[in-house]
Design a protein around this ligand. Structure first.
Ligand code: UGA
Length: 445
């Protein structure tokens, strides 16, 4: 099949690499620098398998990166993967969707020979596919040539290609059977698991399904964090054991029960907010999701309180934050809990050093200010530090171990916001505390 991907972001690049295993992919973006970079096989995103996959497919001509000024040619499927960021007033900003749809429809004779399907993949409020795409296609009397589908993505940063190649399900919100079948065939030819379920529903159900999936996963995390608060007040209770027992029920599963610093990233916070806003505009209250946000927003303060309890006044003291990326395996810092921790610690007068193996000071420049330093040199960050909070569970911290990690600190206090060392023996002169288990007076809880 000939597949045009519109938007060379995280999702667009990942889908291009996946589809190029069986289809002829054209990747369109308005950013000249990005297209130039991709043309020489370089990837603008850090993601396992993507760099090699992109390089190979571009070299073999299976992915053709293009700008809007280039000729594109006939396509079987056009997949819109542009961003839908949150605008300053909390609304979902749909300007990139609108402009991508306008571009496609204004060039439909160039892109569509007899029949093609336009797929919206970006996360959008329910009703967007109909109001932005279906209605326009009808108005332009293109219904007999253009099929329409809303097809959400469920990729996690850090394992995007693996998730894309082996999804739990493919949700296809199609306007008719022909659109559904074309998109299903496109996936069947690239997916590893031949028994992947294809779920057929309306575009509106598919749009809401994406919001609901992310909201539910985020709610699981906040639920676990709430139970962790209770476990801390119960001698001998341990949150990991509690949630292991809860998750062993096949109706629940233990995934996304990891308690600690809370969730961040470009998806959960934005999508929950998007759904809450969507519902409240219709006078529907969402107390569960409001509570999910509230529980999450309290996590950084909780970790700071744990630190202050042990180290006392932080004024003028060097404090280290381990990890800035919102999760390991990426240099993405959007909505990272570390940024909130940084604000809280600076307000208390601390001199904050942030260690991250991938994030550079350039990625984070607008957050850096007096008394805030970022470095990839772990020893430099830990030396003479009065206390440390582990926020992102980069594997390197576990590999180095508690003893070596805290060796150069002037006071060996480590607050573990991801329970990385929760099951390990704590060296005698290290004060270690994590969430979800009652703290002892000294040493490990
Ligand atoms: C999330 C979803 O997992 C994907 O299915 C979805 O496609 C994607 O959003 C999206 O909408 O594009 P992502 O944001 O990349 O993916 O990352 P996750 O692995 O879901 O982690 C999100 C946050 O939750 C991270 O800050 C992580 O540290 C935190 N988390 C995750 C926990 O605090 N505890 C857990 O048990 C799991």
């Amino acid at each position: 099949m000939r597949v045009l991907i519109v938007g060379a972001g995280w999702v667009g690049i990942t889908m291009s690499v996946l589809f190029s295993s069986s289809h002829k992919v054209t990747l369109l973006d308005i950013d000249e620098q990005r297209i130039e970079q991709i043309s020489v096989g370089e990837t603008p995103i850090v993601e396992p398998g993507i760099t090699e996959g992109l390089l190979e497919s571009v070299k073999e001509g299976l992915i053709r990166p293009v700008l809007p000024s280039d000729t594109i040619g006939y396509q079987d499927v056009i997949v819109i993967c542009v961003g839908t960021p949150e605008s300053p007033d909390g609304q979902v900003d749909l300007q990139y969707i609108e402009s991508a749809i306008n571009t496609i429809l204004s060039r439909i004779d160039e892109l569509c020979y007899e029949y093609c399907v336009v797929v919206l993949k970006s996360t959008v409020p329910p009703g967007t596919t109909r109001s932005f795409l279906i209605n326009q296609v009808k108005e332009n009397q293109l219904d007999d040539r253009v099929g329409i589908v809303f097809n959400p993505e469920f990729l996690r940063e850090g394992s995007a290609l693996a998730d894309a190649s082996n999804p739990d399900r493919v949700v296809i919100g199609a306007i008719d059977d022909q659109s559904f079948n074309q998109v299903r065939t496109m996936y069947e030819q690239v997916l590893l698991n031949k028994s992947t379920p294809y779920l057929s529903m309306s575009p509106e159900s598919a749009e809401l399904c994406k919001y609901a999936s992310n909201s539910f996963l985020a709610m699981k995390i906040s639920f676990s964090n709430e139970i962790a608060n209770v476990a801390e007040s119960v001698p001998y209770a341990d949150i990991d054991d509690v949630m292991r027992g809860v998750g062993a029920d096949h109706r629940i599963t233990a995934k996304f029960f990891g308690s600690g610093a809370g969730f961040g990233g470009s998806c959960f916070p934005k999508d929950i907010q998007g759904l809450v806003r969507f519902a409240e505009e219709r006078s529907i209250q969402m107390p569960l999701l409001r509570a999910t946000q509230q529980v999450n927003s309290q996590r950084p303060k909780k970790l700071v309180d744990m630190l202050v309890k042990k180290t006392g006044n932080l004024h003028g003291k060097k404090i280290t934050l381990l990890g800035l990326a919102f999760k390991p395996g990426t240099n993405d810092i959007r909505e990272s809990p570390t940024l909130r921790l940084l604000d809280l610690l600076l307000e208390l007068g601390a001199k904050v050093w942030i260690h991250d193996p991938l994030v550079t000071s350039m990625d984070v420049s607008k957050h850096l200010r007096e008394n805030a330093t970022i470095s990839a040199e772990l020893e430099e960050c830990m030396r003479e530090s009065h206390g440390c909070i582990l926020v992102t569970d980069w594997p390197i911290y576990l590999e180095i171990g508690l003893e070596n990690l805290t060796r150069f600190m002037s006071k060996r206090v480590l607050i573990d916001g991801r329970r990385v060392f929760a099951t390990q023996t704590t060296p005698n002169d290290v004060f270690y505390q994590t969430v979800g288990i009652q703290a002892l007076e000294s040493g490990k809880e």
